[in-house]
Design a protein around this ligand. Structure first.
Ligand code: GLN
Length: 565
């Protein structure tokens, strides 16, 4: 029986056991699904490989839509600590997501939305709301079929909404995790209902090579894949990550242990440049294999590798010419915390053909009495990134003061915007006790205060001013010039506080130019010090919309100015 007819049968069976809500307008087989799972360990670049796969398919002319099924129970990533889980990425529609969505947006050069990121928490929330609303008509609510049904519904809804040729589903976590068990079960049901040629399952696994042995060991990988088989899922393709090139012996063992023919077992060892990954994966035949499995190979032939080659050539910089940028934050050893900022700098390096070196400036050290000039030694320009909470703030204010007085390029992002205004209030206007109400509930001069619209909102989740919003740019300012003389630009926000409107005049008298604001509200969104080499800050996060071949203009000007000796 073909997949289509199985699904039709499922839909037309009114029995209680089949809970497969099919969205209106869904045509089985019209959109194909690629499912990517990980085994053995996390952190082997599943997101990067997936986004490269998406890019290759896009390069063949397919409409590709990624979706991440995140395993954790948080409804979104907004409440997660970026030091533990990496940056919280913000989409244009205000969804707070995992950093992988940033990787997808940058790689595909397209904006994603709430339907591209679904957590287990969100699935359960929907089910509990449905249950309370009596939507299950007296039926006991179960993991199977209701949770799995909800997951399948989300995937098919994305297909209807986007009309994509292929949806690439990333299953968060590792096979064997308790949290993603239901997502994998939902996929097993999808394979059954949609039919094998409409769903291609890829497992990314890891082949160990202990130093003491020197040779590649496949047991852990085999066990990981076996776990997938136990769950009723036979992968179509296996991708083995490894430190060194995958050996033939290892390949054979994995093929034998997984029912996957050897020509569909691929090795991807560590690559230095992730931008060349799409081309690397194309050259080993990965996208060809995916399209073969989905019977799409005739329809979507390659036009050669020209585009991908161009792309990987353009995404490089000259390492003999460097510029050193300091990031003054609360660095804790993981670059994932500020990943979009690092990427935005990298994008500038492609455009300027000059590599950017990043130095971490630990502001808590400065706060404890460390000298700013020592901390900024050898640094050409400073970024004060977004952040929350009091720790390190006084150190950041000292950094702003130093850059402002010594004519060192300064780029303030969100919190970095607020920090610089506190510095100017204290040290230029003379309001010695100026502060943000985030750090001091009742300062003498609350120059940064909570947004009136935020005062009414309680609770910790999704309660910020979030997502893409228009910024009205003031003509004849540096920002206006930098942003291409556009009166309105759109940028992404994630904040609760703002420049207190009662102090705007005082700031302006002190030489601050507010060059960007919200169109119909007195919310200041960009400011600059026109006499400075480069001193600009934004209440938004320009790093979220920077793309490999289209660097954010504010970042670009900042790096350019930093590179001028
Ligand atoms: N904590 C500040 C606010 O909520 C800045 C937020 C940020 O940097 N993302 O407004």
């Amino acid at each position: 029986m073909s997949g289509e007819s199985i699904l039709e049968k499922v839909i037309s069976t009114s029995g209680d056991e089949f809970y497969t809500p099919i969205p209106k307008g869904y045509t089985p087989g019209k959109t194909k699904f690629v499912v990517v799972t990980g085994s053995v360990i996390s952190g082997i670049g599943k997101g990067t490989i997936n986004s490269s796969l998406c890019k290759m398919l896009q390069d063949r002319g397919l409409e590709v839509e990624p979706i991440k099924l995140e395993a954790y129970l948080n409804v979104d990533s907004g409440t997660l600590n970026p030091f533990r889980h990496g940056e919280v990425f913000v989409l244009d529609d205000g969804t707070e997501t995992d950093l992988d969505l940033g990787t997808y947006e940058r790689m595909l050069d397209k904006n994603l939305g709430k339907d591209n990121f679904v957590t287990s928490g969100k699935i359960y929330q929907t089910i509990i709301e449905n249950e309370r609303a009596g939507k299950y008509l007296g039926r006991d609510v179960q993991f199977i079929p209701h949770v799995t049904g909800e997951i399948k519904k989300v995937l098919r809804e994305l297909a209807v909404k986007t009309k994509a040729d292929v949806i690439v589903i990333e299953i968060g976590g590792t096979v064997g995790d308790f949290e993603n068990m239901f997502a994998l079960e939902a996929i097993r049901e999808m394979v059954y209902e949609e039919g094998g040629e409409n769903v291609c399952v890829i497992n990314i696994t890891y082949v160990l090579q202990p130093k003491s042995l020197g040779e590649q060991k496949t047991k852990a990988a085999q066990l990981g894949i076996r776990k997938l088989l136990e769950l009723g899922l036979t992968p179509n393709i296996i991708l083995c990550r490894s430190e060194n090139k995958l050996g033939q012996k290892a390949k054979e063992k994995i093929s034998l242990g997984s029912n996957v023919p050897i020509e569909r077992v691929f090795g991807v060892h560590n690559v230095a440049n992730i931008y060349s990954l799409p081309l690397t994966l194309r050259n080993i035949g990965l996208d060809e294999a995916v399209l073969n499995e989905l019977k799409l190979n005739k329809k979507f032939k390659t036009n050669g590798n020209k585009e991908l080659e161009e792309w990987s050539k353009k995404t490089s910089c000259d390492s003999t010419k460097t510029v050193t940028i300091g990031i003054a934050g609360k660095y804790t050893g993981s670059s994932d915390t500020y990943i979009s900022i690092l990427k935005a700098l990298e994008h500038c390096s492609f455009e300027l053909k000059k590599c950017v070196e990043v130095k971490w400036v630990e502001t808590t050290e400065i706060e404890k009495g460390g000298k700013v000039d020592a901390a900024l030694k050898g640094i050409d320009g400073v970024i004060v990134p977004g952040g929350f909470g009091k720790r390190g703030v006084e150190g950041k204010i000292a950094v702003s003061k130093y850059c402002r007085e010594k004519n060192i390029p300064y780029l303030g992002l969100c919190l970095g915007f607020q920090i610089a205004l506190i510095d100017i209030a204290r040290n230029v206007i003379g309001l010695k006790n100026a502060n943000s109400t985030e750090f001091d509930p009742k300062p003498e001069d609350p120059v940064i205060d909570i947004l009136p619209e935020q005062k009414k909102i309680e609770g910790m989740g999704g309660n910020m001013r979030l997502g893409g919003k228009n910024v009205e740019v003031k003509p004849n300012t540096n920002a206006f010039k930098i942003l291409g003389e556009k009166k309105i630009v759109r940028r992404r926000f994630r904040h609760r506080l703002e420049c207190n409107p009662n102090y705007i005049e005082k700031f302006e008298k002190a030489g601050v130019v507010f060059s960007g604001k919200a169109p119909n509200q007195p919310i200041m969104q960009i400011f600059e010090l026109p006499k400075h080499k480069f001193f600009m800050a934004s209440q938004f996060h320009p790093e979220f919309t920077s793309r490999p071949l289209a660097p954010d203009p504010m970042f670009l000007e900042f790096v350019k100015k930093s590179a001028e000796k």
